[in-house]
Design a protein. Structure first.
Ligand SMILES: [Zn+2]
Length: 474
């Protein structure tokens, strides 16, 4: 056993379902001391280019957490002082290289054969209007692969807040806009040169030295343009684009600005530094046994401790909506949104802000101007409630009505919970019943239904209570 590396990727050929792509290609970390697995989100997917999920317990602070609990030393403390110095030096010497802007500009045409864009305009259940799609293209600098084996694929550039192009992801989609393959523009260009046996251009040679290729958020360049907007953070650029199209572009400071981290395992402090001081709502994709949700809750708590001015809230909306099948298929917010007409969502735009002048479209890669009115106090738009599956309380209501029919005696006050003491039973029951009947299925009114069910339960479970008050005969 290697004592310097208490956690290692499991040796052998055993594979698990990957939290990222759900394929059974995932190698988990094991604790060499105990032989136990680390939590199921630590490990590496062997579909390196297609999925890229890799969560390392050393980088992610698991080591120090775990060692603290077990009274052992974290990994980096087992290095000698000389080794630590060396590691630090190598890290500080690392320079980040970027794509040239010209490479990005080469992607800015051919939208008529861009499958993803054409699906948005024609093939999805509720196609978007050309004007909105054009705005999204220009805001996020979406592009097209012009030729070669990825011809017609969409490009999602990751541009940082200093307008550097950190990477360009390339994705191919089917007619339903489900991913069929994933690539990076630098890999495509690299293959092109090696096929022709030519030397790589200088920038590409430099670029391949970057340790991390996806080193900023998708849409990060928009943060300075919209300095006060609340942020919706999702895994994939595709979901961010759907979010922006469904909820509307952030024309005013109350509206969500949609960003993406790249994939499930790439939510980290380095990337989130750009979100300092913002209100951030996170929407992880679904996953088997809620692994993705749990991971993002844990990670966002860690990040928030390091960024105290930032407020991060992981939405459990999808978790609550999803069936087990949705979960094992790893559905995302876009899968839910696409079933609904986007016009319903747009109508919900806050009245207060619709009167303001909309902003004009920008042309440069990084526009810092912000003309929107500053309204800093933001809350998540209630419009998210719209994508919730409507519940039907019909059966519950009928049962409750039937139960309480025989219940009209004058009774002593009952404490239902900390907040509710029932003084007047018939008024409480009648009032609650009429509210739930009128608002059947609306989540806001669920507490009314819950209180009735709770009262029924108390009565049923306490036979002496019932006997005492003559509700039933002995
Ligand atoms: Zn994977």
């Amino acid at each position: 056993m290697n004592t310097e590396h208490p956690y290692i990727l499991e040796r052998g050929s055993r594979k698990y379902h990957c939290p990222g792509c759900k394929k059974r290609r995932f190698v988990r970390y094991v604790d060499t001391q105990t032989g136990n697995y680390l939590p199921e989100y630590f490990g590496r997917c062997d579909r390196e280019s297609k999925c890229g999920y890799f969560l390392n317990p050393y980088q992610e602070g698991y080591t120090s957490m775990d060692w603290a609990h077990h009274g052992k030393k974290p990994f980096h403390e087992s290095l000698s002082a000389k080794e630590v110095k060396k590691v630090k030096k190598v890290k500080s010497l690392k320079k980040t290289f970027f794509y040239p802007v010209e490479t990005l500009n080469l992607t800015r045409s051919g939208y008529e054969r861009n499958t993803f864009i054409q699906n948005l305009l024609q093939n999805i259940p509720f196609p978007f209007e050309l004007e909105d799609v054009e705005k999204v293209i220009s805001l996020y600098h979406l592009g097209t692969i012009q030729n070669g084996y990825r011809r017609g694929a969409i490009t999602f550039p990751f541009i940082d807040s200093h307008c550097n192009v950190r990477t360009i992801q390339v994705k191919q989609f089917d007619k339903q806009n489900h991913t069929t393959s994933t690539d990076f523009l630098h890999s495509i260009i690299e293959k092109y040169y090696s096929r022709k046996n030519q030397q790589l251009p200088k920038w590409l040679e430099d670029y391949s030295n970057n340790e991390t290729k996806v080193s900023c958020l998708f849409g990060e360049h928009l943060l300075s343009k919209y300095p006060y907007n609340p942020i919706a953070l999702v895994e994939a650029p595709k979901t961010a684009i759907y979010g922006a199209l469904y909820f509307g572009l952030p024309e005013h400071s109350l509206e969500l600005l949609w960003l993406a981290v790249y994939n499930l395992s790439s939510l980290n402090f380095e990337k989130c530094k750009a979100l300092k001081g913002r209100n951030v709502y996170l929407f992880p994709d679904l996953s088997k046994a809620s692994v993705a949700y749990d991971l993002w809750v844990r990670k966002s708590n860690e990040i928030q401790m390091l960024l105290p001015e930032t407020s991060m809230y992981v939405s459990d909306l999808l978790e609550r909506l999803a069936t087990n099948q949705d979960k094992s298929e790893g559905k995302d917010l876009a899968d839910y949104l696409v079933k609904h007409d986007w016009r319903i969502f747009r109508k919900q735009k806050l009245k207060k802000v619709t009167d303001l002048e909309p902003e004009t479209n920008e042309t440069s890669i990084c526009d810092k101007s912000d003309k929107s009115e500053v309204i800093k106090n933001t809350s998540i738009p209630s419009l998210l409630a719209l994508i919730e599956k409507p519940e039907d309380w019909g059966e519950d209501i009928a049962e409750l009505e039937n139960f309480f029919k025989s219940f009209n005696q004058a009774l002593s006050p009952t404490k239902l919970n900390k907040a509710t003491i029932i003084q007047d039973y018939s008024r409480f029951i009648d009032g609650h019943l009429s509210i739930v009947k009128v608002n059947n299925g609306k989540r806001t009114f669920k507490p009314y239904l819950d209180r009735l069910l709770q009262l029924k339960m108390i009565i049923e479970s306490d036979r002496s209570f019932q006997l005492e008050r003559g509700i039933i005969n002995s």
